[in-house]
Ligand binder design. Structure first.
Ligand code: SF4
Length: 217
């Protein structure tokens, strides 16, 4: 089941059966590709290229967050940085066989003792986005042992909203990791992968009966 990532673990937490179909059996999705997901990927790619200075003109899709994006570029923020940790939450190579958890962080830069972690978002805001950022802090903290604080921020491209920085102090990192460890243990000990139907999960599930998938729900 390793390496874990935020999306893998949240997939398991939302419905172990869905996780099983996708990550264990590696079944293809029963749904056609989502235009919204394709659009999100395309915009992420443009944001990445913009920060890397690979675009000749400013991408119009990022117009509503232009000021923020320009500031990030001026700060030389790194883009799509791949980080990984082992089971002791020590930094390790992204491709290492010892990886416990991986994270690909959309935007990352540090100044003084503060590490800034940000994520481009298309579509609407969800409470889970804050959990995702905590996950990133847990991984990034291993790679920035001198950092005292981590400022996380979500950039909602469609709405033109940049959330105020949420501050995570170094002392909070261990409890966050303990919670992730408990979730991982729970998932890794599961031999049944029970279905956990809910209106929200099943409606969008790639494996639901309504989409021609193998699940009974
Ligand atoms: S349809 Fe619902 S219960 Fe079935 S795998 Fe998907 S989320 Fe789980």
């Amino acid at each position: 089941m390793r390496p874990w990532s935020y999306s893998r673990l949240s997939s398991y937490d939302s419905c172990p059966r869905k996780y099983f179909f996708h990550y264990v059996e590696k079944r293809p999705s029963s749904r056609p590709p989502s235009p919204a997901a394709d659009r999100g990927s395309a915009i992420h790619e443009k944001a990445e290229k913009y920060l890397k200075g690979e675009l000749a003109i400013y991408p119009p899709e990022l117009q509503k967050v232009a000021q923020h994006a320009m500031t990030l570029r001026a700060k030389k923020a790194s883009s799509e940085q791949k980080l990984a940790v082992n089971a002791n939450w020590e930094p390790c190579d992204y491709e290492s066989p010892d990886v416990l958890m991986r994270a690909i962080i959309d935007v990352l830069y540090s100044d003084d003792k503060v590490v800034h972690i940000q994520d481009w978002k298309t579509g609407q805001a969800y409470p889970a986005h804050a959990v995702q950022m905590e996950n990133y802090v847990a991984v990034a903290a291993a790679h920035h042992p001198d950092a005292e604080r981590f400022h996380t921020c979500l950039i909602y491209i469609d709405q033109g909203i940049v959330t105020p920085a949420r501050v995570v102090h170094r002392e909070r990192v261990i409890p966050i990791r303990q919670l992730i460890d408990a979730r991982i243990k729970n998932a890794e000990e599961d031999k049944e992968y029970p279905a956990r139907p809910s209106v929200d999960s099943c409606r969008w599930c790639d494996f639901s009966r309504r989409h021609g998938g193998p699940c009974a729900y």
